[in-house]
Ligand binder design. Structure first.
Ligand code: ATP
Ligand code: XMP
Ligand code: GLN
Ligand code: MG
Length: 513
């Protein structure tokens, strides 16, 4: 079994970042809500207490019992975690005179061994707190101070508990803590004794073995979207159970230009058993006349389930439905804050298992997107597939504002293909996180060859992001935009105007619907 570091989540906006940083050290880490700590087994090598929007001084603050953890495994408290440990053992935490947010330096380091090994005085760290630790408990000693915060780091005195407890006021997980990675390495590798052997190859080996065990001799069905997640999930299952994996790729008539054929060919090249299903008319009928974004999404979700269900009934003995669920989806649904409000209802084929009595298998449920991509590379999948921009399940339907017709889809496909091809040619495709073209329900006047035109407008969108939760518009070169614009207007009859979307998320979203 894989060794791991457990992260108790107290609701910090950085909790996921802690997990990612530790995984960068090739050590698997898992986030659990602060009040759902599993019993410690041999795989758990260390425990981290995250930061929190709460103050330990509030009555409604989160106060789990630390007794089962302290001394049993090395513990690292970060910010709220550090304040909570101080309070728990009888130290004092008070409101600080000024909220401290941003850069600071560890001017004094009292022990350059253990947690702070290899870090010289002056090391830049990043702070984000309103409370401060005034007195540390008796069993502990001071490890480092900044100009403003005396207790920047403290730890248990040697031998005070079985395993050591370290606490830091700053955030080692953010990039602005320049030696944060060194500190986490000290904690996870040197202090907790993790081996750092969790690599993509290791993940593949372990996951394939556990899929074999989970699925046994049964058959599995999987919906392929052409996206990274479902494709990597398919490859893992294929390695595990070979021909007992059955894949569907549905042409919903809302894919990009030529996408259905291109993707089918690349799947065949990877040895997958894929059935392509032409359901274009069914989707167009379901969408006919609908203009409301949520109504369109619901109609698409329902049609997906209907098509999937009907096709699946042609197969016998299917026991499992595989899904490309990834870690952020899982964290969201178990988070301390509870599921967040629905801005847009993301579709998936999740309604199926109940309808068909299928069990779920989710080989990627503990990976972040970039980790999924690395696993894909490890599996030998083509770069073109792995580096594809995310593309929403409802496809072009949410990039055509207003009602959907096959003619509008064809128009948008042409403009979009020009944009994406040009991004690739210019070497910009991989620098952008996601790009796409939006067909606007707007007609405007133009002049072409001395003739008046009255045609549609498209918007180009390109964003940089790490997870799609927040995004900035990409600063694509003007010359590049100019060439895309003239190419679209000259080559796509029906479009006489191109605009560029310069909105960030929030307050805008990446898609327009
Ligand atoms: N055209 C399609 N044909 C068959 N299944 C699909 C199709 N589109 C989506 N699905 C299924 O629905 C799931 C959700 O699709 P969606 O595109 O919303 O997911 P995603 O999180 O972007 O993942 P991916 O990287 O696989 O696209 C996919 O993982 C896939 O199993
Ligand atoms: O699988 C999906 N099903 C959906 O219904 C859906 N809606 C938006 N997206 C994608 O999610 C990311 C964030 O998009 P928004 O900023 O528009 O919410 C972007 O990457 C969007 O493309 C979807 N993906
Ligand atoms: N980032 C944090 O964990 C902050 C902890 C606590 N809410 C404070 O303001 O001090
Ligand atoms: Mg997708």
């Amino acid at each position: 079994m894989t060794e791991k570091v457990l992260i108790l989540d107290f609701g910090s906006q950085y909790t996921q970042l802690i997990a990612r940083r530790i995984r960068e050290l090739n050590v698997y880490s898992e986030i659990v809500p602060y009040n759902k700590v599993p019993a410690l087994d041999d795989t758990i090598k260390a425990v981290i207490l995250s930061g929190s929007p709460f103050s330990v001084r509030e009555e409604r603050a989160l106060h789990p019992d630390l007794a089962p953890l302290i001394g049993q495994r090395p513990v690292l408290g970060i910010c709220y975690g550090a304040q909570y440990v101080a309070q728990h053992f009888g130290g004092t935490v008070a409101r600080s005179d000024s909220r401290e947010y941003g850069k600071a330096h560890l001017d004094k380091i009292y022990r350059s061994e253990g947690l702070l090994a290899g870090m010289a005085p002056g090391s830049q760290v990043w702070m984000s707190h309103g409370d401060t630790i005034k007195e540390i408990p008796d069993q502990f000693e001071l490890l480092a101070s900044t100009a403003d915060v005396e207790v920047a780091a403290y730890g248990s005195k040697p031998g005070a508990f079985g395993a050591p407890v370290y606490c830091i006021q700053f955030h080692p997980e953010v990039y602005h803590s320049l030696e944060g990675k060194q500190l986490l390495h000290n904690f996870v590798i040197d202090i907790a004794g993790c081996s750092g052997s969790w690599t993509p190859a290791h993940f593949v080996e372990e996951t394939v073995a556990s899929l074999r065990e989970q699925v046994g001799e049964d058959r599995v069905l999987l919906g392929l979207s052409g996206g990274v997640d479902s494709s990597v999930a398919a490859m893992l299952l294929h390695q595990a159970i070979g021909d007992r994996l059955f894949c569907f790729f549905i042409d919903n008539g809302l894919l990009r230009h030529n996408e259905f054929n291109e993707v089918l060919v690349s799947y065949a090249g990877m040895g997958l058993n894929v059935t392509g299903i032409d359901a274009r008319q069914e989707f167009y009928s379901a969408l006919a006349g609908l203009t409301d974004p949520e109504a369109k999404r619901k109609a698409i979700g329902k049609t997906f389930i209907d098509v999937f269900d009907r096709e699946a009934r042609q197969l016998t003995n299917i026991k499992y439905l595989a899904q490309g669920t990834i870690y952020p989806d899982v964290i969201e649904s178990v988070s301390v804050h509870g599921p967040s409000v629905t801005i847009k209802s993301h579709h998936n084929v999740g309604g199926l298992p109940a309808k068909m009595g299928l069990k779920i298998v989710e080989p990627l449920r503990f990976l972040f997107k970039d980790e999924v991509r690395r696993v894909g590379t490890e599996l030998g999948m083509p770069d073109r597939l792995i580096k594809r921009h995310p593309f929403p399940g409802p496809g072009l339907a949410i990039r055509i504002l207003g009602d959907i017709t096959p003619e509008k889809v064809a128009l948008l496909q042409k403009a979009d293909a020009i944009y994406i091809d040009k991004l690739r040619e210019a070497g910009l495709y991989d620098q952008v996180w996601q790009a796409g073209t939006i067909l606007l329900p707007v007609q405007s006047v133009g002049v072409m060859g001395d003739e008046r035109t009255y045609e549609q407008a498209v918007a180009l969108r390109a964003v940089t992001s790490t997870d799609g939760m927040t995004a900035e518009w990409s600063h694509l070169p003007y010359d590049f935009l100019a060439s895309v614009s003239s190419s679209i207007i000259n080559n796509v009859k029906g479009i006489n105007r191109v605009v560029y979307d310069i909105s960030t998320k929030p307050p805008a979203t990446i898609e327009w619907e």
